[in-house]
Design a binder for this molecule. Structure first.
Ligand code: TXA
Ligand code: MG
Length: 332
């Protein structure tokens, strides 16, 4: 490792499978974001993920599986509730944290006794999983703490020369990561808001206790990877409500929709996460827009929060983390 090798982009599922069988890493499309995949049952392969991403070993990985019946291969004492959730929301952006089976290497779970499982909703990646006789450990395919990639080009921008192959499945349709839930006998706890909203979970399970996602500072242990400054672009993001306290010159504003009340003046470029406030459109556009701001060298960007409901909760979580360093600088 460490040597520069050519990175190819293509749609060849056989080729992707071959690299993975040889314990290499391959970037794969999912409906949420692109993942950096390797054989989840092979420590040598999994170690390469951490190396490529520059990711600390204390941050565990999600294991991607091909169907609901594989849950019991990698998790034990699986509550009925977990199976109900998987039947309803898989393939899809919901990750279940369950007690792990011994076959899952410690490197994948950061030594913990739970494993995060998900069946992604992407045709190519499901076909790939069906060709393999092992599941795929895959974090988002970006350097640690940067914005997650939602296209093959995003992956190439940062991992060129570090991985052999990017399986190109086009643009991700959800655009933000999966919702992560810990599932107990009669309770589910939301560890990370994501592509399945809390409302969707409650609607499906009206009689089950759904423990709301806790703010960043209050649950550092349950979601080890939920660092405050995750998803940070290079440009500095500031929530619109602190505009009057800023003494920097703002060069762009991200509005939630075209109906938003304008805060910009002629020296600021205006961007819109959505045309008319559609949540899925907003989540699909968010990371691509943050990357574009970096590419176009914007420095100080004001943003408007999404309405805090539906997928807006996850969008706001990502905006909060992307701007976290800036907000704490202001507070000090
Ligand atoms: O949508 C997604 O979930 C994407 C795609 C590629 O599937 N993956 C993704 O992976 O977002 P990553 O590694 O960027 O984020 C996974 C999060 C981390 O914050 C990690 O701490 C948490 O999942 N996680 C993994 N295993 C866990 C476990 N056993 N218990 C609690 N949190 C866990
Ligand atoms: Mg990530």
């Amino acid at each position: 490792m460490g040597l520069i090798k050519p990175t190819n982009i293509g749609t060849d599922i056989f080729k992707a499978a071959e690299f993975l069988r040889n314990n290499e890493t391959v970037a794969i499309p999912t409906e949420t974001v692109y993942g950096l995949a390797a054989n989840a049952l092979n420590e040598e392969a999994v170690a390469k993920i951490f190396e490529v991403k520059n990711r600390p070993f204390f941050d565990p990985l999600i294991v991607h599986i091909k169907n609901v019946s594989q849950i019991s291969l990698y998790a034990r004492d699986v509550p009925n509730l977990a199976l109900q959730l998987a039947e309803e929301f898989w393939p899809g952006p919901l990750t279940l944290v369950l007690k792990k089976q011994g076959i899952v290497p410690d490197l994948v779970t950061s030594g913990g006794d739970t494993v995060a499982l998900r069946m992604p909703n992407n045709e190519m990646t499901l076909e790939l999983l069906n060709k393999l006789d092992f599941p795929l450990a895959a974090p988002s395919a970006n350097p640690f703490t940067y914005v997650s990639p939602t296209s093959a080009a995003h992956v190439l921008d940062q991992l060129d020369g570090k991985i052999p192959y990017i399986l190109d499945g086009g643009n991700c349709q959800v655009g933000i990561e999966s919702t992560i839930v810990r599932v107990l006998e009669d309770t589910i706890e939301i560890l990370r808001p994501g592509g399945i909203s809390e409302d969707a979970l409650r609607d499906f399970l009206p009689d089950v206790n759904v423990v709301e996602f806790q703010e960043i500072t209050s649950s550092p242990i349950s979601a080890p990877g939920q660092l405050e400054h995750h998803y940070s672009p290079f440009c500095k993001l500031y929530p619109a409500e602190i505009y009057s306290q800023l003494n920097v010159s703002i060069d762009a504003v991200i509005y939630w929709s075209k109906d938003s009340k304008k805060k910009s003046n002629s020296t600021m470029e205006a961007f819109y996460l959505t045309e008319d406030g559609n949540f899925l459109e907003g989540s699909k556009n968010l990371f691509a827009l943050l990357r574009r701001l970096d590419k176009e060298n914007f420095n100080n960007v004001l943003f408007e929060w999404a309405p805090n409901e539906n997928l807006g909760v996850a969008i706001n979580d990502r905006l909060k983390r992307a701007s976290a360093k800036r907000v704490s600088i202001i507070k000090d």
